[in-house]
Design a protein around this ligand. Structure first.
Ligand SMILES: [Zn+2]
Length: 248
């Protein structure tokens, strides 16, 4: 691989020996990549700069190393620091949640430009929109992009029309009809408002989703259902979720 240049958002940074860092970026052109940056820590340097802070948006230059899937990063120049998202602990925590969530559902090298755009737009939206709302929008659209979005049009078990008395099943990944309730005893009722909101977020252009009105009880139900659904698919506890619970 020759020298490559792309935009990326920093998902994670780990210390490596005395003076180096391993940075994990979600990039526009290569999906998730990991790379070593040398000489950025230690007594003579300021531990990288704003460009090496979590969720910084950088232009990244990197190249392949022999017998390793970890690249060498030779340059990362800051494009956006998302300063408004760093001004409150709540926004900062939500921004950190977005990157941890994306990190947890993607593998190295899986290119997905839609996922990159979603993260970038969501970080921008954090400056003007409630962080809780940004998190729900991010979750719904991410599930959609990854192809694991719950289905609401038909029964997730028998594919027939759902009708009255349907319930939401985490295991089946959507609504199940009255006849299929025995197939998942843990399925729970879900408000029509919640279903409508999810469908809106999934289908509307990104610049419109922030303005959709939502009832408080829908917000609460949505958060609970998405959390359960994501936990079911991710299988590992996200550190930021625990932290968000604490600061709530
Ligand atoms: Zn059914």
């Amino acid at each position: 691989m020759a020298i490559q240049k792309t935009e990326g958002i920093l998902l994670r940074r780990q210390d490596l020996r005395e003076t180096s860092l391993i940075l994990t970026f979600y990039t526009k052109d290569f999906g998730k990549i990991k790379g070593i940056v040398r000489g950025v820590r230690g007594p003579r340097s300021a531990c990288g700069g704003a460009n090496m802070e979590i969720f910084a948006h950088d232009e990244v230059v990197f190249y392949e190393r022999r017998r390793s899937d970890i690249f060498t990063i030779s340059q990362c120049d800051l494009l956006d620091y998302f300063a408004p998202a760093r001004e409150s602990l709540e926004r900062l925590s939500y921004a950190s949640y977005l990157v941890e969530l994306l990190d947890s559902v993607t593998a190295l090298g899986d290119k997905n430009e839609e996922a990159f755009d979603l993260l970038l737009n969501s970080l921008r939206l954090l400056s003007s929109c409630s962080p809780r709302r940004v998190a729900r929008i991010f979750e719904i659209r991410l599930l959609h992009i990854l192809g694991i979005m719950p289905t609401f049009g038909e029964c997730a078990n028998c594919a027939k029309e759902v009708g009255a008395g349907s319930r939401f099943s985490i295991r089946h990944g959507g609504l199940i009809c009255k006849k299929c309730l025995d197939s998942d005893r843990e399925a729970r009722p879900i408000m029509q408002g919640t279903v409508n909101f999810i469908e809106h977020i999934r289908t509307l252009p990104f610049e419109r989703v922030a303005r959709i009105k939502v009832a408080a009880e829908v917000g609460v139900e949505l958060e609970r259902i998405l959390r359960k659904f994501l936990d079911f698919h991710i299988e590992r506890r996200l550190k930021t979720v625990e932290f968000l619970k604490k600061i709530a």
